[in-house]
Write a protein that binds this ligand. Structure first.
Ligand SMILES: Nc1ncnc2c1ncn2[C@@H]1O[C@H](COP(=O)(O)OP(=O)(O)O)[C@@H](O)[C@H]1O
Ligand SMILES: [Mg+2]
Length: 367
């Protein structure tokens, strides 16, 4: 097993407008499960393929297990990759598919058989070993593709959107499966997805990418609670964080946010020292849907009360999403399922500002 280190890694495709990856520095520890997440086209697959050796690096250096691999061929990097289209050999049985790479490497037959059996047991596909891929469901094929990677016992696993072809339920199941396998065989893993839920649930650390750069790296909870940029604040979490233009006014106990419609929201005491220097500035107030509440929360320190009229309510079972306008801006609240919210009826609401983020409207940086 091994750590993976990227230093100043740049990718410029020939004849393709500008840099797809604009200088990435990242250290992935031995055993660590790191997820690269970001919108389509932000450079995730390119980064992964450079680690795999499937794309040349335009600038910078990549090392695996302390060895610079810039000029090492993919098959000599001791990595195993799992893609979205798992590309099993249709004429081979599951057993043969899983054994294939070890056979190519001329491993002893007994060793190959043992490794295949072990991986099959781990992935719960032992009864499928003699089937052909066409006799498998999508989820089973995905397991075989993982099995094929696991038998190789590589230094690093690389995954590129491995679950994108599966239906929603299976995706959740396989997500748990991948996490379980990593707990059993804690191989260093780099996993690419555009799905922030997948990123949050799988990763030891999440790397949020945007337009070829890293926006922020951290454990899931840290990115959720302490985003450093508007991009990260908006990308992590679903429904996304609400953003409201505001002006920071007053001082000391009277420090408050003034929304466009005149609504005044007092800055909680615990945040006053932090935000006092920004008094007088235009800011953006960021608040997650779960930090809106209904009137039952009123009266706690740092919780501001206001009235809003729900436009749409979405009962989800464990919670109800309420869409409303606050100071002319569309916002979403995650309320308890027994909320009395009704479309068109004014609702006393609260905003727990102890959890607010203030952002600079120009730079998008969290203040
Ligand atoms: N082979 C290629 N040639 C030219 N441009 C490419 C190639 N592959 C990807 N790109 C471009 O590089 C950028 C990043 O692509 P990619 O790494 O596939 O993004 P992601 O995996 O995050 O969706 C995109 O703008 C894409 O169009
Ligand atoms: Mg991709």
């Amino acid at each position: 097993m091994a750590e993976v280190v990227l230093r100043g890694v740049v990718k410029e495709y020939e004849g393709g407008g500008g840099q797809a990856v604009k200088g990435i520095d990242l250290e992935i520890a031995d055993h660590e499960f790191v997820v690269l997440v970001g919108p389509s086209g932000c450079g995730k697959s390119t980064t992964l393929r450079m680690i795999a050796g499937l794309e040349e690096i335009s600038e910078g250096e990549i090392s695996i297990g302390g060895r610079v691999v810039n000029d090492v061929a993919p098959r000599d990097r001791d990595i195993a990759m799992v893609f979205q289209n798992y590309a099993l050999y249709p004429h081979m049985s599951v057993r043969e598919n899983m054994a294939f790479s070890l056979s190519l490497r001329k491993r002893p037959k007994a060793e190959i058989a043992a490794r295949v059996e072990e991986a099959a047991r781990m992935l719960d596909i032992t009864p499928l070993l003699d089937r052909k891929p066409r006799a498998l469901s999508g989820g089973q094929r995905q397991r075989v593709a993982m099995g094929r990677a696991v038998v190789r016992d590589p230094q690093v696993f690389l995954f590129d959107e491995p679950l994108s072809n599966l239906d929603a339920k299976l995706r959740v199941q396989m997500r748990t499966e991948i996490k379980r396998v990593h707990q059993l065989v804690p191989t260093t893993t780099v996993y690419v997805t555009h799905d922030q839920v997948e990123a949050m649930t799988l990763a030891d650390r999440v790397v949020v990418m945007n337009e070829g750069r890293i926006e922020q790296v951290g454990p899931p909870q840290e990115l959720y609670h302490h985003p450093r940029t508007r991009f990260v604040a908006g990308f992590i979490g679903s429904p996304g964080m609400n953003f409201l233009p505001a002006r920071l006014e007053g001082a000391d106990e009277a420090l408050r946010l003034r929304l466009a419609d005149g609504t005044a929201l007092p800055v909680p005491e615990v945040l006053r020292a932090r935000h006092a220097p920004q008094a007088g500035r235009e800011v953006v107030l960021g608040l997650r849907p779960e930090h809106f509440g209904d009137a039952r929360e009123a009266g706690r320190p740092g919780v501001a009360a206001f009235t809003a009229t729900p436009a749409v309510t979405e009962p989800m079972g464990a919670e109800t999403l309420v869409h409303f306008a606050l100071a002319g801006v569309a916002a979403c609240a995650r309320l308890a399922p027994d909320t009395s919210a009704q479309p068109g009826t004014p609702l006393p609401m609260t905003a727990d500002l102890n959890h607010m983020h203030l952002l600079d409207p120009a730079s998008g940086l969290v203040l």
